[in-house]
Design a protein around this ligand. Structure first.
Ligand SMILES: [Fe+2]
Ligand SMILES: [Fe+2]
Length: 480
């Protein structure tokens, strides 16, 4: 296993010290990154001591150490999963050939675009969450937020390393631009829409880390299959870090549900107004937040029928998560049955037709469907909890045809189950399906900071255990 060089100014396991030119270029970028972190990272907590984990190795077991760290002192660096000697390309037209250790000239711009788009999401999410620390429901949650934030900062490093090491001058320019765009900036926004939407309450944060970080997981898994070996290796280690981000969302939503169930049992009612009077989050509101973040995350996979996705697959640049599980890794003459809205639907029949398209063109949709199956795992668990508590309420993922802005179903009015409806009915009902202004104001009213160790805000249950075997009332963040 490779060891991480913490003696270097930029911690790394890529032998940075042996490439003076690259090292100098990255050392030039480093202070700009730190300036960005101070301006756009968590507001007002830069001098707090935070119980953070830091990577010490890149293997799955025991890869991190824990300790109190001021966030600007976090050792951001470049950590790639170890090389697999003799690794071959696992899919597409070049299946079986040696994986690439440098960028083939003809694929340079496609690869760079993918790396920049992935890299752009990482600092974007830190910017979106910048103010959340002010209203953390506990020190435990505050620490988890900061852990996610520093690791998204490290994921930016992961992509910037590739840009600097493999894309010459345009790579360096793209690395600068990653620090210049800003989430929600009307003049210089982040590339993808979901990453320009503000996250100013913790329910949205849990939804974002459950649904949007999970999109990240699926993008990283697609790149982990890439023929471009450095991209594959960097994404494989990012996935190790990413698991914690989804844990924050998964357990966060679970704790909100547990608290609401407690209130329902205490008050002997499932009336949302009564739950709200008691300071809890009613399950109907939770479903509307879920509808919003899930559908917004679905768009991140791109169009259902995509020639770009087909060429990314054909060339070996971007594959399918867990490619080894597919029977056919080349998919040259195979096809996919794609559900599409019937144009000029007159209200008779279901208004859904089927197109047979080349399987490679359907790669985005194939990946989206495996993502949806992964999302369902949490839903099943939460629904079991709701059922055992006798609530009679079940959460549901909306259809992938509902409220889409990208792809075959963009702007096609459907209800959350995917049934086509008229545009009038859609605009009359959409307020029932997505968070209303009133919902958002209510959630905002619940956001109060709780800084006493072990204490939780009233709308959320405590977690089952603390971090790294520490007790729940450990002072995970020491606020000066
Ligand atoms: Fe990330
Ligand atoms: Fe993440």
């Amino acid at each position: 296993m490779s060891t991480i060089q913490y003696g270097d100014r930029i911690p790394n396991n890529v032998g940075l010290g042996e490439d003076r030119v690259l090292q100098r270029a990255l050392e030039h970028w480093q202070p700009r990154f730190l300036d960005w972190w101070k301006e756009s990272g968590p507001a007002d907590f830069q001098s707090a001591d935070v119980y953070l984990r830091t990577a010490v190795g890149v293997d799955a077991k025991g890869w991190a150490s824990y300790g109190q760290v001021r966030m600007p002192d976090y050792r951001w660096g470049i950590f790639l999963a170890d090389a697999e000697p003799g690794r071959k390309i696992g899919f597409g037209d070049a299946m079986g050939q040696d994986a690439w250790q440098s960028v083939p000239g003809e694929y340079r711009s496609m690869l760079r675009r993918f790396i920049v788009t992935q890299g752009d999401t990482e600092p974007a999410s830190v910017e979106q969450q910048r103010l959340l620390g002010h209203v953390a429901p506990s020190l435990y949650d505050l620490r988890n937020l900061f852990q996610v934030n520093v690791e998204e900062g490290r994921h930016l490093w992961a992509m910037v390393y590739l840009l600097h090491a493999y894309f010459g001058r345009d790579g360096r320019e793209e690395a600068e631009a990653l620090l210049e765009r800003h989430s929600g900036d009307p003049d210089n926004a982040r590339i993808l829409e979901t990453f320009n939407e503000p996250i100013d309450d913790w329910l949205s944060l849990y939804m974002f880390t459950y649904f949007t970080d999970r999109d990240g997981k699926y993008q990283l898994k697609s790149f982990a299959e890439s023929a471009f070996d450095p991209l594959s290796r960097t994404c494989r280690f990012m996935l190790t870090e990413e698991a914690h981000h989804m844990f924050v969302g998964d357990t966060g939503i679970g704790r909100v549900i547990r608290r609401t169930i407690d209130l329902m049992q205490e008050l002997k009612t499932d009336d949302p107004a009564a739950i709200r009077r008691a300071g809890g989050i009613d399950l109907e509101l939770l479903q509307r937040y879920l509808n919003y973040w899930f559908t917004s995350s679905l768009d991140l996979f791109g169009g259902e029928d995509s020639s770009n996705a087909a060429s990314a697959f054909a060339t070996g640049i971007k594959g399918r998560p867990d490619e080894a599980g597919y029977a056919d890794h080349i998919e040259r003459d195979t096809s996919f049955e794609l559900a599409r809205p019937v144009a000029d639907w007159d209200g008779s029949g279901d208004g859904i037709g089927v197109d047979e398209i080349p399987m490679r063109n359907a790669t985005n949709e194939v990946v989206r469907q495996s993502y949806i199956r992964d999302c369902e795992i949490g839903l099943k668990r939460w629904n079991r909890t709701l059922e055992r508590a006798g609530t009679g309420f079940q959460l549901a993922l909306p259809s992938s045809h509902f409220r889409r802005k990208i792809g075959a179903w963009a702007s096609v009015p459907t209800d959350p189950s995917g049934r086509r409806i008229s545009a009038e009915k859609f605009s009359a009902r959409i307020g029932d399906w997505l968070p209303s202004a009133d919902d958002k104001a209510y959630v905002k009213s619940l956001m109060v900071k709780v800084h006493e160790p072990g204490k939780m805000a009233g709308w959320i249950a405590p977690p089952e255990r603390g971090i790294n075997n520490l007790p729940l009332d450990h002072e995970y963040v020491r606020v000066p």
